[in-house]
Design a protein around this ligand. Structure first.
Ligand code: PEP
Length: 250
């Protein structure tokens, strides 16, 4: 059985004090939750403070991006050893906003995935089609390109340290959620692809999250789909109450 993973991506939001307040409140709200992996991804500046608040709790820490080199003359970047040092266990890689606004490509995503794994950080690899790609019937082609590009060269053990997040770009921050059937169709396609590349056994163990306007009202029907193993949540993770309700989707 795959343990569901619910992750909150705070994006470019929350000062240190706001991050501490949100995490403190979330920690209390999810104290009685079992069998769900709960992750928060604050901005870089708040990672250390949030790590102190979650100490001894079930909440895990993630960064929102990482650079592929460990150190050197790369002004403005943050490396995998630095994220490990501040307490991160996970890192989001290849989010559609990084692909869209910061020129992230399958190649850079793959390098980042490998850098994260080399330092024992678990990548949350984001993949997803844009609206015009879906309307042109290209969803599977795009997803295959993002998945195979992102995981290129990984062993099955390395793959199983990753999480894949299917995030249709047209559903991110728009209030338009994929229907449970649409999500299931793509999740099942991804698992089929991994079965071909690795094996049915490996594919059956990998956690595939859905992301795109997940809210307390739609979380349980999405999570009820056989291949939907969790959620990557943006907007609704900025309030402890709504994120805790999603964590308690069952
Ligand atoms: C995201 O940032 O990954 C996301 C899914 O955002 P939202 O939940 O706001 O659509």
């Amino acid at each position: 059985m795959r343990t569901p993973i619910i992750a909150g991506n705070w994006k470019l939001n929350k000062t240190i004090s706001e991050s501490v307040a949100l995490t403190t409140s979330l920690k209390a709200s999810v104290a009685d939750v079992n069998n769900v992996e709960i992750i928060v991804a604050p901005p870089f500046t708040a990672l250390a403070a949030v790590n102190e608040v979650i100490a001894g709790s079930k909440i895990r820490l993630s960064a929102q991006d990482v650079y592929s080199e460990d150190s050197g003359a790369f002004t403005g970047e943050v490396s995998a050893p630095m994220l490990k040092d501040v307490g991160c266990e996970y890192v989001i890689i290849g989010h559609s906003e990084r692909r869209q606004y910061f020129g992230e490509t399958n190649e850079s995503v793959n390098q980042k995935v490998k850098a994260a794994l080399a330092h024992d950080l678990k990548p949350i690899l984001c993949v997803g089609e844009q609206l015009q790609e879906r309307e042109a019937g290209q969803t599977e082609t795009i997803i295959e390109d993002h998945v195979t590009g992102g995981i290129a060269g990984l062993s099955s053990t390395e793959l199983l340290s990753c999480v894949i997040a299917y995030e249709p770009v047209w559903a991110i921050g728009t209030g338009k959620t994929a229907t449970p059937a649409q999500a299931q169709e793509v999740h099942s396609f991804i698992r089929g692809l991994l079965t071909k590349i690795y094996s049915a056994d490996v594919a059956s163990q990998l956690c595939i999250q859905y992301g795109g306007s997940v809210k307390p009202e739609n979380a349980s029907e999405l999570m009820a789909q056989p291949d939907v193993d969790g959620a990557l949540v943006g907007g609704a993770s900025l309030e402890a109450e709504s994120f805790a309700q999603i964590v308690k989707f069952g």
